[in-house]
Design a protein. Structure first.
Length: 395
C-alpha cells in the first residue's frame, strides 16, 4: 500500500457543488440539530477512520461533539488537540498579508528578487502573491521521489526538516533524481502546491529578521492577540498536548498504529476545534488584516480576459480556480459559498469553513486511518448535509 510522503500535504473538500458566487449578505440556514450533527460525525466502517471531533456554529448557537475512539473504546474529549495539517497555510498567508500591509513585503515582487538564487534558472519570475494563491507553477514537495509504503511512512514519522531543507531537497535533489522543473508559466493556471508555502515561510523569517522563526511570528501576530491558548507551533517537538485526538495510520499488515507524535516542518500547527473556529471567524471579520489585504483572501486568480484561470493537477476546484490567497471556496447548493481550508497530517484529516457573513461556521478533525491525503473526508459531506437539511440527515 502506497501514498504520497506526508510533507506533500494534500487536501479534500465537500463534494456538494452549485453555481454561484460568494456574498456578504446574511444567509438563512436551518437551526442546528444536535442529533443530526452527532449522527453525522459518528464513525462508519466506510470512513476508514477511528473517531472525530467537531464544532458547528450559527449566530447564537454553538454545537460541539465527539465520538468514541474505536481503537481505545474511550470517548474523545470535545477539546482534544490535533495536528492541523495544511490549515497552517491560512496562518502563514495571514502573516504574509500582514507584512504586506506593513510595507515590508510587496505581493507583486518576485521570489527571485527577495531570495536570489533560491530557485533554479529554469523558473520564470514568481511573485509572492502567486506563492500564496497557488499560481506559481512550482513542483510539489519531494516531487519525483518514489512513494513511501505505509510502513516506511510510519517509521519515518518523527523526521523533521527545515524550510531550507525541504526547498533544497525538492529543487536540487542529491539522490540521483532529476531536478523537477516548473509546471506552467506563473499566473496562467492554479494548482494545489505546498512548496510555495515553504518558500513563503522562509520569506517570513528572512523579512522579520533578528533570528525570528515562523513560530515566533505566528505566535506574536495571531496566537497571543487572539488568545489561542490551545494552539501551538511545535517545530521539532513531537509531544502532543493533552487531551488529544489520537491519529492512526494503517500499516502494511492492516494494523492501526498510533502516529499522534510526529515531526514535519516549521509550519506544523497543533490546535483544537474551538481555537481554529476563533481564528477563522476573527479572520473573516476583518480583524487581522486591513481591507486591501483582506480582499486578497477572496480574490480568485483570473486571466487577461477576466476569466478564472484553469485549475490543473486535480479535480477539487472543478476545473477552474477556487483558491484565493490561502483560502479555498466551496459553493453550496443554496448559492452561498463556504471559505476555509482542509488539512492532513499522518493520521489526521481536518477542515475549517465558514460563510463570509459567519451565518454558519464549522471545524472538524477526523482520526484518519486512510493513506490517501487527496480523498474526500466522508464526515465533511455528512456534516454539511446535517447543516443544510438536518431533518433528513438522520431520518
Amino acid at each position: 500500500m502506497f501514498r504520497r510522503r506526508r510533507r506533500h500535504r494534500r487536501f479534500g473538500r465537500p463534494s456538494l457543488r452549485a453555481s454561484g458566487t460568494g456574498s456578504t449578505a446574511a444567509t438563512a440556514f436551518p437551526a442546528l440539530d444536535p442529533a443530526a450533527l452527532q449522527a453525522a460525525i459518528e464513525t462508519r466502517p466506510s470512513d476508514n477512520a477511528s473517531g472525530a471531533v467537531a464544532l458547528v456554529a450559527e449566530p447564537g448557537q454553538v454545537w460541539k461533539g465527539s465520538t468514541v475512539d474505536s481503537q481505545t473504546g474511550r470517548k474523545i474529549p470535545e477539546n482534544a488537540h490535533f495536528h492541523a495539517g495544511s490549515i497552517s497555510k491560512v496562518f502563514e498567508t495571514t502573516v504574509i498579508l500582514q507584512l504586506a500591509a506593513e510595507g515590508r513585503i510587496d505581493l507583486n515582487q518576485t521570489v527571485q528578487h527577495y531570495m536570489p538564487g533560491l530557485l533554479p534558472d529554469a523558473f520564470a519570475p514568481i511573485t509572492v502573491r502567486q506563492l500564496v494563491n497557488y499560481t506559481g507553477g512550482l513542483p510539489n514537495v519531494d516531487e519525483g521521489k518514489p512513494p513511501a509504503s505505509a510502513d516506511e511512512t510510519i517509521a519515518d514519522r518523527y523526521d523533521y526538516r527545515t524550510f531550507d531543507q525541504i526547498i533544497q531537497d525538492t529543487l536540487r535533489p542529491d539522490d540521483g533524481r532529476p531536478a523537477p522543473g516548473p509546471h506552467f508559466t506563473p499566473g496562467t493556471k492554479q494548482e494545489y502546491n505546498s512548496l510555495g508555502f515553504r518558500i513563503a515561510g522562509k520569506l517570513i523569517e528572512q523579512t522579520t529578521g533578528n533570528g525570528n522563526s515562523f513560530k515566533d511570528e505566528v505566535t506574536a501576530r495571531i496566537l497571543k492577540p487572539l488568545h489561542l491558548n490551545q494552539t501551538s507551533v511545535p517545530e521539532d517537538d513531537p509531544v502532543m498536548p493533552r487531551p488529544y485526538l489520537h491519529g492512526y495510520m494503517t500499516d502494511d499488515s492492516g494494523r492501526a498504529v498510533d502516529t499522534s507524535e510526529q515531526g514535519g516542518d516549521p509550519s506544523n500547527i497543533i490546535s483544537t476545534t474551538a481555537d481554529l473556529d476563533r481564528f477563522l471567524t476573527t479572520l473573516l471579520q476583518g480583524r487581522l488584516l486591513p481591507a486591501a489585504q483582506q480582499n486578497e483572501l477572496f480574490t480568485l486568480p483570473k486571466d487577461n480576459e477576466g476569466k478564472l484561470v484553469p485549475f490543473v493537477g486535480g479535480s477539487s476546484c472543478n476545473k477552474v480556480a477556487c483558491f484565493g490567497a490561502g483560502l479555498m471556496s466551496t459553493p453550496l447548493p443554496n448559492g452561498t459559498v463556504l471559505w476555509g481550508k482542509t488539512g492532513h497530517d499522518d493520521g489526521y484529516a481536518n477542515g475549517m469553513f465558514a460563510t463570509r457573513d459567519l451565518s454558519i461556521h464549522a471545524v472538524y478533525s477526523t482520526s484518519n486511518l486512510g493513506l490517501d491525503f487527496g480523498a474526500p473526508t466522508p464526515l465533511a459531506n455528512r456534516l454539511l448535509t446535517a447543516v443544510l437539511a438536518p431533518a433528513t440527515s438522520h431520518s
